[in-house]
Write a protein that binds this ligand. Structure first.
Ligand code: HSE
Length: 356
């Protein structure tokens, strides 16, 4: 069965997702019975392409990186003057894959794309933190009302299966709190700083590896981590956070070098820790650099690896660690979401896992 996907946003994540669709095409067809077809790509600065019969994704990926790559022969005949809004509102697709950049407040164009698609009964898979952090309940309601689904695995811990694991495996328990390293860029920078690197050089490396946000102050000032904590609070603890202003946020941009030295002397490591706790229907959340000793489960997280410790009433502490940022790693979250939309019947059979 063909599944038509409209891709909005073609930065690191959109590219990672597209590469995986090509790489895993046969496996997806064999094991999940679907044939994903990208029918449109809407970009921030290179225009939009749209063709309901499918786009040559390989060719698009080859050309990506060149100026105005969508105007290159072989693709340019699919170029359209129709806006992303209009394509979402009236285009022929089954799933909207939304991976534009996160905007503070979550009210930017991403929110309107997601709302329009859900209103049309089209399922949405997204890696965009803003709309989920600020409008999770509204959007879920909109999805349910219109018989669509909204999946967002990649909003926290990239493709590491945090939501699919917790929502399925922990559904009979109650989660009262979490402690997490949720930003790959900060963890990567902190590792380098602790090995003597300068802040600006460490940040540059994180950007080159595709970990950082388009505006890296979102990472280093702790905002990205706070948005992720807001999502965790709502999704895993059913506790809304009144506002991002209610979160105590301290990033790593002005970390005192003496603090790093002290940690080194005591064999500790500084991590940017998000803490969430359910308190009488609300959540109390903080984000701040915290020294951890070697016996802490989040001490050993190299580079852009993220980790979380969930407090469950039945099982006690549950720890999950894995990739937290990166093009392929976050693109994989979209692939997972896509397969859970169409592949639930296959998901729990052993054949869902590739032997290749
Ligand atoms: N900039 C984010 C990070 C990307 O470094 O964690 C993944 O959300």
């Amino acid at each position: 069965m063909k599944v038509k996907i409209l891709l909005i946003g073609f930065g690191n994540v959109g590219k990672g997702f597209s590469s995986l669709l090509i790489e895993k095409k046969e496996m997806i067809r064999e094991r999940f019975g679907i044939d994903p077809l990208i029918v449109g790509i809407c970009t921030r600065s290179s225009g939009n392409i749209y063709d309901p019969s499918g786009i040559d994704l390989k060719r698009v990926l080859e050309l990506k990186g060149e100026n105005n790559f969508l105007s290159t022969p072989g693709i340019s005949d699919r170029l359209t003057s129709v806006s992303a809004d209009e394509i979402v509102n009236s285009g022929d697709f089954d799933v909207l894959a939304e991976c534009t950049i996160t905007e503070m407040g979550g009210k930017g164009s991403a929110l309107s794309y997601i709302r329009s698609a859900l209103t049309r009964g089209k399922s949405v898979i997204t890696t965009n933190k803003g709309p989920i952090a600020f409008f999770y309940k509204d959007l879920q309601l909109l999805a349910e009302t219109n018989g669509a689904r909204l999946l967002f695995e990649g909003t926290v811990m990239a493709g590491t299966p945090l939501f699919s694991t917790s929502l399925l495996g922990l559904s009979g328990s109650s989660i009262s709190g979490f402690e997490g390293v949720l930003n790959g860029t900060c963890n990567f920078i902190l590792d380098l700083l602790q090995n003597g690197e300068e802040f600006e050089k460490a940040l540059k490396q994180a950007q080159q590896r595709g970990y950082a946000e388009a505006d890296p102050s979102m990472d280093i000032e702790g905002i990205d981590t706070a948005l992720k904590a807001m999502i965790l609070s709502q999704v895993l603890m059913n506790s809304p956070v009144p506002d991002i202003g209610a979160i105590e946020i301290k990033g790593i941009s002005d970390l005192d070098p003496a603090c790093l030295n002290r940690a080194r002397e005591k064999n500790e490591r500084i991590r940017l820790i998000a803490k969430g706790e359910r308190m009488n229907g609300d959540s109390r959340i903080s984000v701040k650099p915290t020294p951890l000793s070697p016996d802490h489960p989040l001490y050993y997280l190299p580079g852009a690896v993220n980790g979380i410790v969930l407090s469950s009433d039945v099982l006690g502490s549950i720890c999950l660690t894995g990739a937290g940022a990166g093009s392929r790693e976050t693109g994989f979250a979209l692939l997972q979401d896509l397969l859970s939309l169409w592949g639930d019947n296959f998901r729990f059979s052993s054949s869902a896992f590739s032997s290749k």
